[in-house]
Design a protein around this ligand. Structure first.
Ligand code: GCW
Length: 689
């Protein structure tokens, strides 16, 4: 939508020329046709309560209901209560629903819960009142954030959004913060509907232009924060560790230097005076060229605590990323293992981080691959608040050209038990990754969840319309990691395709449910990772693309075998970074799961997997199967295109054609590469070039 910028506190029109995603007008029909009420002291005092009042009014105006007084027997009453309550409570008696929450934002989340539940919130399928219930809905962690890798300037290599596959940025346009931020408010609305309440506004690679967001551009940051605020979303900024030097402060960034400390305190004071509900800073330091404490002989606790001290008086947070490794490695050096790096750097610092520091850990030890082991850092720092970092933007998972529903992958990660079946604290259930991130791990400290957003100024928000489901799933699964990823997808389908026929629903499930595994089948095999094109920004196959590079991501294929030996016995020792049982499960060929085999072991092509297939035959079979599955997806889409809006039908069709082309390329390059290396023919005699 374009037009006049919104006045402070004004909501954007509820209908726009971009796609409504999971909040189409029709999704509000079951609530909007009823009698709704909001009970709060003075709704006009608070931006979020004003939003709620506007949401109720809009839903009723569109669907024929009425906003009534709280004592006037409403069908739905939203009630702001005092006292302690995480999340919201939903009580239903005789088909009337009361949602209670202790904060306006939690009440807003409760409103969207009712919207999501639809007619079933009020009535049974036969039209009688739905059963009486009393439910509490608290998020697993109170920190659920999205990070944008958006640049203010268009970066000469990375563009407006680093690893963005959905057009430009919704925040910035070629060097400036956009004048019209109404779409940012519409984005915040989508986020509120999935329980996300924090957004980091700029790329963790902070270039000179972006660094100024912290100083000269604060009025614009305040505008961005104001655009998010009506929907209860708080702003964070990524900051550069070099900021004191680049923004006119002291000539050093040494974290122990008193002038540097004073500079950061002043900087934080200015940010919070411009944006009183500001969230905090996100930092990438000593990583891929960003300056960090190593430059001064200090460690990452020194670095993080410097910023923590500056933001603490304001209740601010520091999200300090653990993505620290040597990106100028020599491929000839077999002793350095990039997978070890985060644990090597951070585990020894456990207990030294200030209470408002959150160490943000990528889910795997490498870099958001299609399949990786869970990072051992997540089990190594009980005295540190750790956040799990996921990547919603599909950098290595098809770049929003390919259908790749990541819900099942994130579910596996969230439910992974780093200590196996060992009882949790106080003899309770075994601890999962989600538990550890939510403060229910051994040390009782949690840092919540963060993920790189997949949203841009594209009409469908995410380039591929079906990639919206990934953003939806990130919100829902981090709110409740016990949710089933397929059920979450079903929820997304119901909201996004109102009045979806059983035929369309079945087709969307057939296309999306298993699409992550399909993608895995035709790309890098058995957890070895990468094999992507360096020249085409990680899109498409290039088996040796990173093999002789400085990046530390190798597969070591030769004529006899493939894979990385990360064992303690004969390899890099990485398996030793895990607690039991995983240190032994991964160490042994007998117990290492097939899907991670080449991540942990270098094996001959004739090695027999637990599945009964040899490694080489597995590579051939999965690559042929992957392409066949993509062909089936495209055929299935053609059967239902008449049931989806034209724009969606055409965009998905065009992307499926590209996915097929790309999958064929992957299949043929990977199969040919391994056939030429190994000389082993396909047992089924299919064409390999
Ligand atoms: O995966 C890599 C990306 C970089 C990114 C980096 C990171 C923002 O290719 O583009 O930089 O990870 O996570 O910092």
């Amino acid at each position: 939508m374009t037009g006049t910028p919104l006045a402070d506190g004004q909501l954007p029109p509820f209908e726009n020329d971009y796609h409504p995603a999971w909040l189409p007008t029709a999704a509000f029909a079951p609530v909007g046709c009823r009698r709704l009420a909001l009970a709060a002291e003075d709704p006009h005092d608070d931006a979020v309560l004003r939003t709620l009042a506007a949401e109720l009014a809009e839903a009723c105006a569109t669907h024929g209901g009425a906003v009534v007084a709280p004592h006037d027997d409403p069908d739905l009453l939203l009630r702001l209560a005092t006292g302690r309550l995480d999340g919201y409570r939903v009580v239903r008696r005789h088909g009337r629903v009361v949602v209670t929450a202790a904060t306006p934002t939690a009440l807003l989340h409760g409103w969207f819960h009712v919207v999501r539940t639809g007619e079933a919130a009020f009535s049974a399928p036969d039209g009688s009142p739905a059963e009486d219930t009393d439910e509490r809905h608290a998020p697993s962690s109170d920190l659920r954030m999205l990070d944008h890798w958006d640049n203010v300037d268009v970066h000469p290599v990375m563009g407006q959004v680093e690893r963005g596959y959905a057009g430009g940025s919704i925040f910035y346009d070629d060097g400036v913060v956009r004048a019209d931020l109404s779409r940012v408010t519409a984005y915040a609305r989508l986020l509120a509907a999935i329980g996300i309440d924090r957004v980091c506004l700029n790329n963790v690679n902070v270039h000179a232009r972006e660094a100024r967001l912290l100083t000269a551009d604060l009025p614009d940051v305040a505008r961005l924060a104001a655009a998010l605020r009506p929907y209860g979303v708080r702003a964070h900024l990524a900051v550069s560790f070099a900021a004191p030097m680049t923004l006119g402060g002291p000539a050093t960034s040494d974290p122990l230097d008193p002038d540097v400390r004073a500079w950061w305190r002043d900087a934080a004071d200015r940010v919070w005076s411009a944006v009183p509900d500001f969230g905090g800073f996100v930092v990438k330091a000593d990583s891929e060229g960003q300056l960090g404490p190593f430059a001064y002989g200090r460690d990452h606790a020194d670095g993080a605590n410097l910023l923590a001290e500056a933001v603490a008086p304001h209740g601010g947070l520091v999200h300090w990323r653990a993505f620290v490794y040597d990106h100028t490695q020599d491929w000839r050096d077999r002793s350095t293992d990039r997978a070890r790096a985060a644990h090597d750097h951070f585990a020894p610092l456990d207990g030294r981080f200030a209470p408002n520091v959150i160490v943000q850990v990528k889910h795997g030890p490498l870099d958001f691959q299609t399949r990786e082991a869970v990072s051992p850092v997540l089990a190594a720092m009980p005295r540190t608040r750790l956040a799990l970092e996921l990547q919603v933007t599909q950098e290595y998972t098809g770049q929003q050209q390919h259908v790749c529903y990541l819900g099942p992958w994130w579910s596996e990660i969230l439910r992974f038990r780093p200590w196996g079946e060992a009882p949790g604290p106080d003899g309770g259930a075994p601890v999962t990754v989600a538990d550890a991130a939510s403060g229910r791990g051994p040390g009782g400290l949690g840092g919540g969840f963060a993920a790189v957003s997949n949203v841009g100024d594209d009409r469908f928000w995410t380039g591929h319309p079906l990639a919206q489901a990934n953003l939806y799933a990130y919100g829902r699964l981090t709110w409740d990691p016990e949710l089933d990823a397929t059920a979450v997808l079903d929820e997304w389908i119901s909201l996004t395709f109102p009045a979806c026929s059983p035929r369309l629903r079945a087709a969307l499930h057939a296309i999306m449910d298993d699409s992550w595994r399909t993608y895995e089948r035709y790309t890098a095999p058995l957890g070895v990772g990468f094999m992507v094109s360096p020249l085409r920004a990680h899109y498409g196959p290039d088996v040796d693309g990173y093999e002789y590079s400085k990046w530390g991501t190798y597969h070591f294929a030769d004529r006899d075998g493939v894979g990385v030996d990360r064992t303690r016995a004969t390899g890099t020792g990485y398996t030793g970074q895990y607690p039991a049982p995983w240190r032994d499960v991964y160490e042994s060929l007998g117990t290492c799961p097939d899907e991670l085999l080449l991540f942990f072991h270098h094996v001959p092509y004739s090695h027999v997997l637990h599945s009964g297939s040899t490694v080489i035959q597995h590579i051939y079979d999965t690559h042929f199967a992957g392409v066949e599955e993509v062909e089936a997806m495209a055929a299935r889409w053609e059967e239902v295109v008449d049931e989806v809006p034209d724009g969606v039908a055409a965009r998905v069709r065009e992307r499926l054609a590209e996915q097929r082309r790309s999958a064929v390329e992957w299949r043929d390059q990977v199969n040919t590469y391994f056939f030429r290396k190994s000389g082993v023919p396909d047992a089924r005699g299919r064409t390999i070039y």
